[in-house]
Structure formats: C-alpha cells, structure tokens
Design a protein around this ligand. Sequence first.
Ligand code: LLP
Length: 414
Amino acid sequence: MVGFYQHSSELVCDDVPLSAIAADVGTPTYVYSAAAVRERYRAIDGAFGAYPHALHYALKANSTFALVKLLRELGSAVDANSIGEIEVARRAGFAPSEIVFPGVGKSPAELECAVPLGLKAINVESAGELARVEAIAAKTGRPARVAVRVNPDIDARTHPHVSTGLKINKFGVPVDQARELLTSMAGRRWLTLVAIHVHVGSQITTLGPLRNAAAFAAGLAGELRGAGVRLEYLDLGGGLGIAYDGGAIVTPEEYVAALVHEVRADGLPIVIEPGRSIVGPAGVLVAQVVDLKPRDASSHFAVLDAGMTELLRPALYGAFHRIEPVRPRANGAHEYEVVGPVCESSDVVGRDRRLARLEVGDFVAIRDVGAYGAAMASNYNRRPLPAEVLVDEGRWRVIRRRQTVDDMLSLEHE
Ligand code: LLP
C-alpha cells in the first residue's frame, strides 16, 4: 500500500503512524507521502507510452521546496505562475528550458526578469502582453519563446471559481481574436511562437472538457500549419481532478489516452501542467481536537486547531475533504460539525460528518490536501503557517518548520 491507510487500528502514512509525527512535531501539520507522489507522477507520465510529451508540474499546487526537488528527481519540468515560483524552481535546479510561465497578470517587473532568462515558453494571455514581451526581447537582443494561451470558450463543468475556459473568464486570448494574433507573429524578429496553450479549469472530473480543449488546440494547430506556421508542441494545461470522496474517477490513463487521441494525427508533442492530480492525494493535514460541545439534539461541534488559515478550500469553495480520526475508537459513531478556530462562521472544515467518537486531544487527518492546502495557508488571526513533513522510505523529516511569531514580526517595523 502507498500513501494513507489504516494499519493496526490507526492511520499511517507509508507505515509511519501519523500519531507519532503529530506527537513529535505538534499540530496542525501537513504530512506528505513521497511514495504517493512518485506513484502518481509515474502513472501520468507512463500513460503517454512512446508519445512525445513533457509533464510540467504546476508549482501553484504546492511549491514546498523538498516536494519541488522530489518532482525534479522524477524527471518533471514545471509550470511557474509568478517570478517567485520561477525563482524557487531555479533554486531547486530546474533549467530555464524546463519552465513555462503562464499567468493572467504578469507585472512589468516579472516580465523584465523572466524574458531574458530564455524560458521554454512565456505563455502570453493577451495582445498587450505579447507586445510587452516583444519590447523586452528586442531590448535584450534575444528572441522570446512564446506560447499563446487561447480561451476556447469551453465549459469545464467544475466549480465556477476554478473554471477558466469560458469567454466570461479573464484568461487567455479570446478565441475570435486568437487566429489573427497567432498568424501576426510570423516573421516578428523578437518573438518565436512555440505553442498554443489551453487550460480550461481545475478539478475536472469528466473527460469531455479535457478532450474538447485538446481537440480545439489540435484543430487550431492544424489551421496554423495550413497557413505555414509550425508549432513545437501543444500545451494542454492541467485540470485533471481527484476523487475527494474516495470514489471512482477518470484515471490518468483515460485522461492521457483522450489527449493523445485528439493530437496524434498532427503528431505534435504534448505538454501538460498537472498539479492536483500529482500531489493532491499525497498529503493530509493532521489536526487536534481542541474542544467539543453540543450543537443540536443530534450532533456536536468538534473544534480543531486547524481551519481556514491552514486549509482554505472548504471555506472558499465549499470543498469536501474526508476527515478521519487518526486512531478511531471502536465504540460507536457520532455526528459532528467539524470546525476550525478562526473567528468566522465560514471556518467549517467538514459539515455534518459521521465519525468515530472523538475526545478532546484526539488527532484527526483531513485527506487529499497535498494540492492547494499548504500553498494557500495564511496568517489570518496571526496564526503561524503550519509545519510540513515528508515521509519517504519509512522515515520522515520536517521539510518546513512551523512558523513562529518572531518569523512574522521579522518583516515588520514599528
Ligand atoms: N495550468 C494553469 C495555467 C493553471 O492555472 C492551473 C491551476 C494548473 C495548470 C494546474 O491545475 P490542476 O492540475 O492543479 O488542476 N485553488 C484551487 C485550484 C486553482 C487552480 C488554479 N490553476 C483549488 O483549491 O481547488
């Protein structure tokens, strides 16, 4: 077994009891399974078989340094969404040729910094941005490699907050302007068009939108070829969802097969930018029950020492995450509203959950938080960023220590 499972009546990560980590490091703490990251990376990568491709892990999902290095060891490249992510990637050893740089609002300072690096591609999202990239490339005397992100007006059928491929969304060049922009790039000295980029959303759980986006990109590439413009590859974005309820879902094999099916006739290499599907299920957040009190006739509030500051997804998207007692008691289940400690009623981690009976001091694990968990944590209520632990080959180590008030105040002046 790889990842998180019950062993001798307690929840373990690759055979290491979560209770042992929590007792040592304290809570709240993110715990990741290196074996699960490896397994998920290899499942997606292997599904391409001999078809030319590159996985650019989406750093936004989780860019804790040890995980970034682990992905590099696996042979991944990266998708960086800010100059901060580019810098972290470079410090982890990624070459500029292994980095793509999408993002809807690249600042002048970010472009000044990124263009001269000679990245695999700057994924531009508008005609204005293309002109700004061109001006910097001309100034530096080195053509910029550019992918154009096109907004295909495809409904990803996911949560509206993470749906990015409809024309009402802020992302990419509108489909009706894309052809003109793409063909206008031919012969421009300081721009090299290398790819079309589409990314229609995140946590996509059906094949249709992913397949349609790939078909759209392949179709557009075909039109361009007809007009004498040859691309190097197609960037089909990220978006493959995970089964937050533990049920069945589109597999990496089905996903990759659908992409390859749409692109194969053209033969262009495929780049994808998976984030959640690689690291999401490979992490849990271990928290402690700090209070219990009656809620209504049939349920209790279970107050944890982790909430929206450590894991924003439930409060922001109404997201569901399984919650499991680390050492479940055998005698009977109870109804709980599992909440965090933050001064807001939106700070609910799990609504109406039936769990083995809890007592104050118990540890619980919040599942599938390896992606967009630690990466979205905040200092609201002056709560320190949580510790992070990596379990690898039966051993564990702290890969990010818990923040302290000194750490926070070190940035401030009277
Ligand atoms: N590429 C681009 C251009 C993206 O914008 C994203 C995610 C990805 C790749 C990676 O997508 P993934 O494979 O992880 O679905 N905070 C939200 C998710 C936001 C996703 C933003 N973009 C959440 O917690 O659900």
